[in-house]
Write a protein that binds this ligand. Structure first.
Ligand SMILES: Nc1nc2c(ncn2[C@@H]2O[C@H](COP(=O)(O)OP(=O)(O)OP(=O)(O)O)[C@@H](O)[C@H]2O)c(=O)[nH]1
Ligand SMILES: [Mg+2]
Length: 282
């Protein structure tokens, strides 16, 4: 699998070019995997610019873990805020946060003699984290195309928000030396990279292992189990198959089918609010 196809390199070059003309960069993270969804190559590129980490999909990640991440970023002097971009509800924390950064930028502008200048914002992140959905949330209309799979946004598109802001949606990108297996698994389990490049059974076992150790109650309730933390993953998977009646001819267990169900449930948020990374592990 090529983790860094040609179009991503092209996007990277485009971002580099556009960075010269923007005042603020919003990096969209998937709050279920804030570390794995932070592209280190992109992060390094952003110097001498205002920057906000937007922990998106907060409706399906663990509130307690999100707080840990927000503290962690605060300790590193990084502005971070969580958001649910599919709900129209106003997020005061987010708007306060943008407001503060806006003030800083306006002061810089005024020193240079610019008044009421439009602030340019670049929205970046790995694929499928919700960059376009976030822009629609901000503009309160369907300004850009979104979709439940990586690679929806192609090319670049500037969107105006009143006369105050201009915001650029960009295609999601990964980075060339993505050779950390845990990060790859986290990106694949959350659906940020295409799942046909990874084996569903292996992915679901990785997810089950994490759920068993961190969210055993949710796991037991959802699939009618009474598993303990010591239970083998294969045994858990088998029980799920039996409970759901996922059997093949000759009563053989259909592990693949259970794997697909578990991944789908997790990706849709049907398992509840779950995070796969905590700051100390990152
Ligand atoms: N639950 C939840 N889902 C979200 C949120 N934001 C976006 N999504 C979903 O995530 C999927 C991807 O959204 P997009 O906005 O297309 O993501 P993107 O980052 O622009 O993706 P690319 O353009 O492919 O890189 C869609 O199914 C959205 O509905 C959120 O805050 N919560
Ligand atoms: Mg998009």
């Amino acid at each position: 699998m090529n983790w860094y196809p040609g179009h991503m390199k092209k996007t990277y070059d485009m971002l580099k070019e556009n960075l010269k003309v923007v005042d603020l960069v919003i990096i969209i993270l998937d709050s279920r995997v804030p570390n794995s969804s932070l592209n280190p190559q992109l992060d390094k590129l952003i110097i001498n610019k205002e920057k906000i980490y937007l922990m998106n999909k907060a409706d399906i990640s663990d509130d307690k873990v999100n707080k840990e991440w927000l503290n962690y970023f605060e300790n590193k002097n990084i502005i971070a805020v969580e958001n649910n971009s599919i709900k129209n509800k106003k997020n005061n924390k987010l708007f306060n946060c943008i407001g503060k950064v806006e003030e800083k930028i306006r002061i810089k502008f005024e020193k240079k003699g610019f008044k009421n200048k439009t602030i340019r914002i670049l929205v970046v992140g790995v694929p499928n984290t919700g960059k376009s959905t976030f822009i629609n949330y901000l503009t309160k209309r369907k300004s850009v195309k979104t979709g439940n799979k990586p690679g929806v946004t192609r090319g670049k598109q500037w969107i105006k928000i009143k006369n105050k802001f201009e915001i650029l949606d960009t295609p999601g990108i990964l980075w060339p030396n993505l050779n950390n297996d845990k990060i790859k698994f986290n990106l694949a389990v959350t659906g940020l990279i295409k799942d046909n490049i990874t084996d569903d059974l292996e992915l679901s076992m990785y997810l089950l292992e994490y759920l068993k150790l961190n969210y055993i109650k949710i796991l037991n309730e959802r699939y009618n189990l009474d598993a303990s933390e010591n239970e083998e993953i294969s045994a858990i998977l088998e029980k799920i198959c039996r409970n759901k009646g996922y059997l093949l001819k000759d009563n053989e267990i259909d592990y693949e089918r259970a794997a697909k169900t578990i991944l789908k449930d997790f990706r849709n948020g049907d398992l509840g609010k779950i995070s796969l990374e905590r700051p100390e592990e990152g």
